[in-house]
Design a protein around this ligand. Structure first.
Ligand code: SIN
Ligand code: FE2
Length: 212
């Protein structure tokens, strides 16, 4: 385990780990934005395609396209599955972070928001592969309780590293690391006072379509 290491993976892979990238004031502002988004677009407990088994975390989205999952598959949807309303806009703070940390020529289209609460909350190893724009990086922002994050490689069985991501940590998955396997093993309860009642929020910014 290499907590707080800026070199958890060689930079040649395109992975960047930026602990404390958001200070406490910025974390609070972002949390307030997430609360507003959650009121307009309520969090859902999606089920896995095929089996219909529920995930252990709740999700919602901001932006023109939201990542959703139901029995028929994973996909991007322009509207909330239950309300039918468009997702709220991506907060300016995050769009600014995207411009600062990526040189991608177009803005992100999806901000997927994951909410981890309770002991069983986790996310199995997977690749983000429902997008068309694989040349665009994925930017990840963490709020609230720390998590044990697992980062593997291109293939499912590749060696993986596990490290702590804390509130305010930003990670960039660019280049080769864009499609690396990753997951969240567990949350470390009581490690942050940011979210009332505890828990962890992760926001990922994704470009979904190829810019024309
Ligand atoms: C994700 O892979 O969608 C999110 C990972 C995280 O919660 O840090
Ligand atoms: Fe992911």
């Amino acid at each position: 385990m290499e907590p707080h290491s800026a070199r958890v993976v060689g930079t040649e892979t395109g992975f960047r780990y930026l602990p404390d990238r958001l200070d406490e004031a910025a974390q609070r502002r972002l949390l307030a934005e997430v609360e507003r988004i959650g009121e307009a677009a309520p969090f859902d407990r999606f089920v896995m395609p095929g089996t219909g088994r529920p995930l252990s975390i709740d999700m919602t989205n901001a932006g023109p396209l939201g990542w959703v999952s139901d029995r028929s598959g994973y996909r991007y949807s322009p509207a909330h599955l239950r309300t039918g309303l468009p997702w709220p806009p991506i907060p300016d703070l995050l769009l600014a972070l995207w411009r600062e940390l990526t040189d991608y020529p177009a803005p992100p289209e999806c901000c997927l928001i994951n909410l981890y609460q309770g002991v069983g909350a986790k996310l199995g190893m997977h690749r983000d592969q429902d997008e068309e724009a694989f040349d665009a990086p994925i930017l990840s922002v963490s709020l609230g309780d720390a998590a044990m994050f697992r980062l593997g490689g291109r293939r499912r069985g590749d060696p993986a590293r596990t490290f702590v991501v804390q509130s305010g940590t930003v990670m960039v998955f660019a280049g080769e690391a864009r499609t690396f396997y990753h997951g969240v093993d567990r949350i470390l309860p009581g490690t942050s006072a940011l979210i009332p009642g505890g828990g962890r929020i992760n926001l990922t910014l994704r470009r979904v379509t190829r810019p024309r």
